[in-house]
Design a protein around this ligand. Structure first.
Ligand code: NAP
Length: 316
């Protein structure tokens, strides 16, 4: 059984992979090229791909009847893999749900607080040596405690964000997802996204990427938001129409945005980089040693189950 891991992993995950499997661990941190994807499907039995590895329908057309039978994705989001095309080619797909939840919710709160309280802007001011000292109207931001937050996508991460907002910040939680949820904290369900956008101060996105959610946040939804509203996106870049977001920020239709992900990642438009009311992070959602190790172990657990002929723990 030959395994390909598409990126360097944490030391413990690499050590386990080398101990348990005949593995090739790619040293490049960039996504697999088209040729590398074809090689991965034809020369390996299992591949651990991740974000940016575009296993499109075309790749499976070019590698019919592949040797590879499992894509054990590193990450909960798998919108870079055409799962139907993979299945048709006889390739199963697994992911790493749960391991990422708390860390990603923490980054959502980082973005919400940083944008509302102008933390990035303040930090840049201090670093530039331009701070003139405290005064009662210096850098006034948006109050967070007790405000209304709208969560779009009340799944694992959405609920973890909602719990932080409710229990930690006394916020009123409202949400939208495909179906209402049975929750152990108060939260109002809004079936209509524009109505939710209009009702809250903070709109936080936690849906999966893919065709169904592409540009879910478009000009109409942004128009429905309050002028004091702040958009936070830790989901996937393509969920937001980035051009419409830039227009809404430039015309002060909304007050700010906190972004971990971008429509054409890793390209971040200059217009966003020029705005002080936007917090920009380089896709840090799960970026802690423990979480990346947990994700790696979960991916390898799926590989181990596949090799042993056991049911896959995390099929998508
Ligand atoms: P999850 O548990 O599957 O939750 C997804 C939620 O989105 C569900 O509540 C689902 O509603 C809802 N949803 C799906 N399609 C929708 C639609 N068209 N309209 C409205 N709601 C919709 O997934 P998760 O573990 O929370 O992860 C969510 C996403 O976060 C991942 O897919 C990934 O792309 C992203 N993520 C980002 C980072 C990062 O580093 N920034 C890290 C981890 C994950 P129902 O429950 O009603 O079906």
């Amino acid at each position: 059984m030959k395994l390909l891991i598409a990126r360097p992993m944490t030391a413990v995950v690499e050590a386990r992979a080398r101990a348990e499997f005949d593995v090739e661990i790619r040293s490049d941190t960039l996504p697999l090229t088209h040729e590398e994807m074809l090689r991965s499907l034809t020369e390996f039995d299992v591949v651990v791909p991740t974000l940016g590895d575009q296993f499109s329908a075309q790749v499976f057309v070019e590698a019919p009847d592949p040797r590879c039978k499992l894509l054990a994705n590193f990450g909960v989001g798998f919108n870079h893999i055409d799962v139907n095309a993979a299945r048709t080619a006889g390739v199963e797909v697994t992911n790493t749900p749960g391991a990422v939840t708390d860390a990603t919710a923490d980054i959502a709160m980082t973005l919400l607080l940083s944008t509302a309280r102008r933390a990035g802007e303040g930090e840049r001011l201090v670093r530039a040596g331009d701070w003139q000292g405290w005064h009662p109207t210096q850098m006034l931001g948006h109050h967070v405690t007790g405000k209304r937050v709208g969560i779009v996508g009340m799944g694992r991460i959405g609920q973890a964000i909602a719990r932080r907002c409710h229990f930690g910040f006394g916020m009123q939680v409202a949400y939208q997802s495909r179906s209402p949820k049975d929750l152990d904290f108060p939260a109002d369900y809004f079936p209509d996204l524009a109505a939710l956008a209009a009702a809250v101060e903070f709109l936080v996105l936690a849906v999966p990427g893919g065709v169904e959610t592409r540009h879910l946040i478009n000009a109409q939804v942004l128009e429905a938001m309050n002028p004091s509203g702040i958009l936070v996106n830790i989901a996937r870049g393509e969920v937001v129409d980035e051009a419409a977001l830039i227009a809404a920020l430039q015309s002060e239709q909304i007050a700010g945005a906190g972004l971990d992900v971008y429509e054409f990642e890793p390209a971040v438009p200059q217009a966003l980089r020029d705005m002080d009311n936007v917090t920009l992070l380089p896709h840090l959602g799960t970026a802690t040693e423990e979480v990346r190790s947990d994700m790696g172990h979960m991916a390898l657990d799926n590989v181990a189950a596949f090799v042993a002929g056991r049911p896959l723990p995390n099929p998508v």
